[in-house]
Design a protein around this ligand. Structure first.
Ligand code: B12
Length: 208
């Protein structure tokens, strides 16, 4: 069924994609498997976009499909949620960037793994991260970004946190092409390729 879901998403068959998602979950497929299929489908669409074989409307539709599928998956993953909160995390997509599908998945995974998450949304300026960290007392900030143009706002956010005296706050970054080199450029403490890495980093920093 995984391939059928990937095909439905990449062929922009919105209704089929949702129907197959329901069938997979009812048939006992792990919710994380469905998310992984979505990721693979988005990779295919991203490559087509790069090659000029699909355009912005398709990207938007794909984004909407993924949001709808996430809504179906959420309640199933929440059943496994831990009641006790392990620590606070402030998350957002950095200034100039509006990609939020992946950020939402990371926020959701942190939430169901026991963290109290403050989600600032998209296009978040450095000052807003600083304010949220100060208000919540979070020890971890998670910055998401998919555009090359997101690297400078990430760096600016790390610097703004330091300038505000929040030197002990750990910053993780992720999204798209982010790797160790970009981590080093931005001054972030760590980077992660997926939502579970974000969870493990937060657990490590909170010592839980
Ligand atoms: C969907 C999409 C869109 C949708 C976004 C919908 C939405 N609500 O998010 C729309 C259509 C709006 C869009 C717009 C644009 N997009 Co776009 N988009 C994509 C696409 C196809 C998929 C991204 C995605 O959501 N993937 C699904 C997620 C779930 O997959 P994932 O990355 O594996 O997710 C994990 C990790 O990212 C990680 N993670 C994410 N954040 C964090 C944070 C932390 C702390 C950690 C630890 C981990 C972590 O965990 C996630 C979950 O496991 C990518 C191509 C691609 N293949 O990435 C292009 C892409 C990112 N877009 C691109 C571009 C250029 C744009 C536009 C500028 C297009 C335009 N000309 O207008 C605009 C940007 C506008 C703006 N200011 O932001 C380029 C960026 C190129 C670049 N290097 O800068 C890409 C790479 C396409 C391409 N190949 O050219 N886009």
């Amino acid at each position: 069924m995984s391939q059928q879901l990937i095909d439905a998403i990449t062929e922009m068959r919105e209704e089929d994609a949702l129907k197959i998602t329901h069938q997979m979950l009812e048939g006992g497929a792990p919710p994380m498997q469905v998310l992984e299929d979505c990721r693979q489908a988005m990779e295919v669409i991203g490559k087509r976009f790069e090659a000029g074989d699909c355009f912005i409307p398709e990207l938007i539709l794909a984004g909407e499909m993924l949001t709808q599928i996430s809504e179906v998956i959420k309640p199933r993953l929440q059943q496994a949620a831990e009641a006790k909160k392990l620590g606070k995390v402030v998350i957002g997509t950095v200034e100039g960037d509006i990609h939020d599908i992946a950020k939402d998945i990371v926020a959701f995974m942190l939430d169901i793994n026991g963290f109290e998450v403050t989600d600032l949304g998209v296009d978040v300026p450095p000052a807003k991260f600083v304010e949220a960290v100060q208000q919540t007392g979070a020890k971890v900030a998670a910055l998401s970004g998919f555009l090359t143009l997101a690297y400078d706002p990430m760096k600016a956010t790390v610097e703004a946190l330091k300038a505000a005296g929040l030197k002990d706050v750990k910053v993780m970054i992720g999204g798209g092409q982010i790797d160790a080199q970009i981590q080093s450029y931005t001054g972030a403490d760590a980077y992660g390729k997926d939502a579970m890495t974000a969870v493990n980093l937060a657990k490590g920093w909170y010592g839980v």
